[in-house]
Design a protein around this ligand. Structure first.
Ligand code: HEC
Length: 130
């Protein structure tokens, strides 16, 4: 269990760094999108802090923060359908994450956390997001 936690923490840290260094750009999007993305990376950080030090209020705050961004983002511009689809993958991964958080199941939370991180790349890897 300890090993799994260290793994989750490390992989999430790496994910965060890569996401930040890849500052994606997409023409025509409102700066509001950037704000929501900042909230996503912040929420991942809060969640990760919670996981690292067993602080359930931060774990829940982070997971809820991710969900909040789903409602706030309104995709527009070219490629909008594809972005919407990729964002649905992220949002449903985040919903699963929140569900496990409410159940306080640590092993499932760690798996869902990594799964959610993978959906960030699922969209950031799109050529249009670079
Ligand atoms: C459906 C697509 C999509 C998903 C899913 C997605 N992003 Fe983004 N992200 C974008 C796009 C597009 C931009 C570029 C925004 C811009 O520059 O206007 C971006 C930019 C960012 C930025 C840079 C913001 C800035 O200030 O320049 C960060 C950080 C970020 N995303 C984090 C995340 C994290 C963390 C996740 C997952 C928890 C995530 N994103 C999931 C599409 C997505």
């Amino acid at each position: 269990m300890k090993v799994l936690r260290v793994f989750a923490v490390l992989s999430a840290l790496c994910a965060g760094l890569v996401l930040l260094s890849q500052a994606a750009t997409l023409g025509g999007q409102a700066t509001d999108l950037k704000e929501q993305m900042q909230k996503r990376i912040d929420s991942m950080g809060v969640l990760l802090t919670g996981l690292a030090i067993d602080d359930w209020s931060r774990i829940e705050e982070g997971a809820q923060g991710l969900i909040d961004t789903c409602e706030a983002v309104d995709w527009s511009g070219p490629g909008k359908e594809l972005f919407k689809k990729r964002d649905e993958a992220f949002c449903s991964a985040a919903q699963v994450l929140l569900k496990h958080v409410k159940e306080k199941d640590l092993a499932d939370i760690q798996r869902a956390f990594i799964q959610t991180t993978i959906t960030c790349w699922g969209c950031h890897d799109l050529p249009a997001a670079k």
